[in-house]
Design a protein. Structure first.
Lengths: 194, 252
């Protein structure tokens, strides 16, 4: 059994929309270039990963938030954290960076859960966990995996942020969302367009 | 003769007197009767007047009597209808009474049932309280899995240390091979040992990489399980709280 094309499309949209929504406080929507990514592509880029899970009665959906740990990302975060927009001298250490993206992961997964509620009555959400650098996307594969989707966001030509969705179930999982669910949010000004 | 004549005269006078007396008496009787008749006549006249008056009244109310007759006929018809309706009402009342009896019987049955339900409801409340206590099990699993994740991280760190040692061993074996080659004939035996050490180090590295891969997979499985339990416990807790809220509504 496999997921329907419609369901796969909806999971991809949930992934993309939720990630953009979660990242909107540091990256203006217009400044991020979205593109579909494969796990091979993402494996080639050195990215840190945060894992979150939404569980339903007979399925679970796991999201990965991939982020670049470099001066560019730290610079963007420092700038966004400073009210006047001037760079903060104090450096962000690894733990602070992880804590920042753990919080973003919570928003990302929370938005995804809110959207999934349209199709599923009972859902629960986990807290986020940082994966170690040795883990690979192939580690996410198992016999229950029904679907995986990846999206990549570039900022100034550099892949800065990415997201993955993995749907695990022994049954069919049908997510059917109206496209207006995504456009309504954008129109409501949650995302910032330039 | 004269005496006879006198006697005859006396007899005649006497006869006349008697006759007269009779007449007087008769006249008196006749007068009495006449007065009675007269009184009767007056009474009759009065009666006639009354009858005439009654006749006039009767003739005047002939139409009313006809109307009254019609009304009486209508009333009788209406009365007949009412009687019919009364019969129907009586039949319905009887039916309602029967239904009432049945309802009372059902009510009694329902009350018994309600008492049973009340007992079941109290049982459900107890089970609900136990279910909430059972959720503590999830907390325990969370703690155990957190410990497993921490342990896994420690093993990964040790694996990294081991990887460094293996790499250093390979370099060391390589250096040993170079030194053995420099020693020429005297170093031949040592070169064999150095090659063996290098070979073992390479195998260790392969094994270590495999182990590292398994540790990574293990980490993902452990975190997945941890998160699934965490998310599912949230889902179950929400379901229990919803159910509990419904139960409270029933009790209210």
């Amino acid at each position: 059994m496999a997921l329907s094309t419609r369901s796969k499309d909806c999971f991809n949209k949930v992934l993309s929309h939720s990630l953009q929504s979660a990242a909107s406080d540091i990256f203006a929507a217009g400044s991020l270039m979205e593109s579909i990514a494969s796990d091979d592509e993402l494996s080639k880029i050195k990215l840190s990963r945060i894992m979150l899970t939404i569980s339903g009665i007979d399925f679970r959906v796991t999201f990965l938030l991939h982020y670049r740990d470099d001066a560019l990302v730290r610079g963007v975060i420092k700038k966004s954290n400073n009210d006047e927009g001037t760079p903060v001298i104090a450096a962000i250490d690894r733990e602070e960076l992880d804590a920042y993206f753990l919080e973003m992961g919570n928003r990302f997964c929370g938005e995804a859960k809110r959207l999934c509620y349209e199709s599923f009555d009972h859902l629960g959400m986990s807290t986020p966990c940082v994966l170690s650098a040795t883990t690979t996307l192939k580690d996410m594969h198992n016999d229950d995996l029904k679907f995986e989707g990846h999206v990549r966001f570039e900022h100034g030509g550099t892949a800065i942020l990415a997201g993955s969705v993995f749907v695990y179930s022994e049954q069919d999982v049908e997510l059917d969302l109206d496209d207006s669910r995504f456009t309504e949010q954008e129109g409501a000004g949650e995302l910032e367009f330039f | 003769m004269a005496v006879v004549m006198v006697y005859l005269l006396i007899a005649l006078v006497a006869g006349l007197l008697a006759t007269n007396t009779v007449f007087v008496l008769k006249t008196a009787q006749a007068n009495t009767a006449l007065r009675e008749k007269d009184a009767q006549s007056v009474q009759l006249e009065c009666r006639i007047d009354e009858l005439e008056a009654a006749l006039v009244q009767a003739s005047g109310s002939a139409d009313a009597a006809s109307c009254a007759q019609r009304e009486v006929a209508e009333l009788q018809h209406h009365n007949s209808d009412l009687r019919g309706q009364l019969d129907e009402l009586a039949a319905r009342a009887s039916s309602l009474q029967q239904q009432l009896n049945e309802s009372q019987s059902e009510l009694t049955h329902f009350q018994d049932h309600q008492n049973q339900n009340e007992a079941i409801l109290q049982g459900l409340f107890k089970e609900m309280a136990r279910l909430k206590e059972l959720l503590m099990t999830f907390e325990r699993w969370n703690l155990e899995l957190t410990s497993l994740i921490d342990h896994n991280k420690m093993m990964q760190a040790q694996n990294e240390d081991f990887s460094t040692i293996v790499k250093q061993t390979i370099i060391l074996a390589l250096n040993a091979s170079i030194e053995a080659a420099r020693a020429g004939e005297y170093g031949r035996g040592f070169a064999v040992v150095a090659d063996e050490v290098r070979s073992l180090a390479v195998k260790s590295e392969d094994l270590n990489n495999e182990y590292k891969s398994h540790l990574s997979k293990n980490e993902v499985i452990t975190i997945s399980t941890f998160q699934d339990i965490q998310a599912s416990s949230q889902l179950i807790l929400t379901a229990i709280n919803n159910f509990s809220s419904r139960l409270n509504q029933i009790q209210l």
